[in-house]
Design a protein around this ligand. Structure first.
Ligand code: HEC
Ligand code: HEC
Ligand code: HEC
Ligand code: HEC
Length: 412
């Protein structure tokens, strides 16, 4: 008689029980919210314990003081104010105090300035900050279809840190050894930018920098030439969807009715907001982040040498609306809700420690012609985002897979 069988079964059961009871296993109290009709499976599940931590991490800091908008303009008082010149002196100082708290509370003003000469651009963080001011203004002015009236400040991403907690870069490691393992199609490793799944690890570049087609769904029972997407493309889309869900701390059902992932008329309205968000993030990355490549030192770049880029989690940080939808803009209306000059300097000419003034390309006769990202190339389909999110109908479904891709402008 095979006596070992009952022993093996009992040992197996004991091990299973131990793994549930033992360390690392936590059955969190889960909060479920019904967000659609009964029977459609439209629920969002949240870990209650995480919610407490998230609430503490998403408190909006107050402005240091209420700024007086009257008096002489900063552009007239100071030597090298290129973007915020229209602020009053008090507003300008309040803004400097705020960004110090938002970006470098410990290092203080000197994180971006040579204390001997505040006008100098020799500290690279100052050059980056000036471009980030232009970027934040563009988010609040051009992308209300996504950020609404809540908008964004530096704090939305930075939260008191020089480098935001959530960003992404080209992720190709570990590189295959060669031979038959040469192409693993970005799969079969822990993809940290796809919610630690084993889905393709490097798709954010295609969708959140380049404008690759996301839709893969067929609307006919049999294949037609209208949709050539196969399993490979679908996995890449899924990888992006994992990034989006993890970034917002939500389930797929926050944006989709899982009965038909493609159908816009059955999707919750959040999906339309997300659609604009994808276009906004492409604009941020292609026109602001990539252009700064020559200014950032190597330690601020990924293993492939690309700058850290913005993803959904850079602002959202695990919640459905960044900072629970509380706006900080009322205290920064003049600095961040309208655009100052939008000229871009030739960042390739930047010499850290030396350059005294990064002039916009037009100002300095020695710099070459304006870099391509002064006027980003306009994608015919995705031109100027409409201001009113409510009035927007997402593009017809099914999508024409021929949507031309907006190539990011060449790095100046
Ligand atoms: C995160 C980076 C950063 C920090 C921290 C910072 N600044 Fe600035 N500062 C800038 C940028 C960028 C400009 C240029 C703005 C422009 O061109 O519109 C500037 C310009 C200035 C100027 C104008 C100098 C001139 O003559 O052109 C003064 C004065 C100034 N900052 C003071 C301060 C003080 C005081 C602090 C600390 C409370 C501070 N800054 C902290 C980024 C920073
Ligand atoms: C949409 C998100 C986002 C917003 C808004 C934003 N930043 Fe950033 N910022 C980033 C990311 C991502 C990086 C990291 C880039 C890298 O290191 O390659 C960064 C880097 C920086 C750095 C460089 C820090 C270092 O030590 O290298 C400075 C300085 C900075 N930002 C200032 C600002 C200021 C000032 C504002 C507001 C006017 C701002 N940022 C708004 C995303 C953002
Ligand atoms: C924050 C909102 C949001 C979340 C969460 C989300 N999606 Fe999506 N999904 C979208 C948007 C927006 C599109 C369309 C993108 C476009 O067309 O540019 C889309 C497209 C898709 C498509 C392609 C549909 C088609 O027409 O071919 C699939 C499949 C999909 N999502 C699956 C998922 C899965 C699976 C999850 C959960 C892991 C998920 N999504 C989570 C917003 C979301
Ligand atoms: C620059 C910061 C920023 C980035 C980056 C960002 N968002 Fe948002 N998002 C916001 C703000 C601010 C709101 C709140 C808008 C409001 O309440 O009107 C928001 C709202 C949303 C909502 C609506 C939530 C609701 O319940 O109404 C969805 C969905 C969303 N974002 C998805 C995304 C996705 C997907 C990405 C990445 C492709 C993304 N966001 C990137 C700032 C950002």
């Amino acid at each position: 008689m095979k006596l070992w069988i009952p022993f093996a079964i009992s040992a197996g059961s004991l091990l299973t029980i131990a793994s549930f009871v033992g360390a690392g296993w936590d059955a969190p109290p889960v909060e479920s919210e019904q967000i659609g009709f009964r029977g459609t499976g439209m629920y969002v599940h949240r870990d209650v314990e995480n919610q407490e931590a998230l609430k503490l991490a998403n408190v909006v800091p107050p402005a240091p003081w209420e700024a007086d908008p009257s008096g002489d303009r900063a552009g007239d008082i100071y030597e090298n104010v290129q973007v915020l010149g229209d602020l009053s002196d008090d507003q300008f100082n309040q803004f400097m105090a705020s960004i110090t708290e938002w970006i470098a509370p410990e290092a203080g003003c000197n994180y971006c300035h040579n204390p001997e000469n505040l006008a100098s651009d020799e500290v690279y963080q100052k050059v980056v900050s000036r471009r980030m001011i232009q970027m934040t203004q563009a988010i609040n002015v051009d992308w209300q279809s996504h950020v609404g009236q809540v908008g964004a400040t530096c704090y939305t991403c930075h939260r008191g840190q020089a480098i935001p907690a959530n960003y992404w870069y080209e992720d190709l490691e570990p590189k295959p050894a060669g031979g038959m393992t040469q192409n693993r199609a970005g799969q079969n490793v822990v993809a940290m930018f796809a919610g630690n799944s084993s889905l393709p690890q490097n798709v954010l570049k295609d969708y959140l920098l380049d404008a690759k087609q996301i839709r893969v769904h067929s609307t006919t029972a049999l294949p037609t030439s209208a949709n050539l997407a196969g399993t490979k493309e679908t996995e890449a889309t899924w990888s992006l969807m994992m990034h989006m869900s993890e970034s917002l701390g939500v389930n797929c059902t926050t944006c989709h009715n899982s009965r038909a992932f493609n159908a816009w008329d059955e999707s919750p309205p959040q999906r339309v907001t997300a659609w604009h968000g994808i276009r906004m993030v492409r604009d941020i990355n292609a026109n602001y982040m990539v252009g700064l490549t020559p200014v950032f030192p190597d330690i601020r770049k990924g293993p492939e040498g690309d700058v850290f880029k913005v993803g959904c989690g850079t602002c959202h940080a695990g919640v459905q609306k960044p900072l629970y939808g509380v706006s900080m803009l009322q205290d920064y209306a003049d600095s961040l809700t309208r655009k100052g000059p939008t000229e871009v300097p030739d960042f390739a000419s930047y010499q850290p420690g030396t350059t005294q003034r990064m002039a916009p390309a037009g100002d300095a006769p020695t710099t070459p012609a304006a870099p391509a990202d002064v006027t980003p190339p306009v994608d015919p389909v995705e031109a100027a985002p409409p201001a009113d999110p409510a009035a927007v109908t997402p593009p017809a479904d099914p999508a024409t897979p021929s949507t031309p891709a907006a190539t990011p402008p060449a790095t100046p």
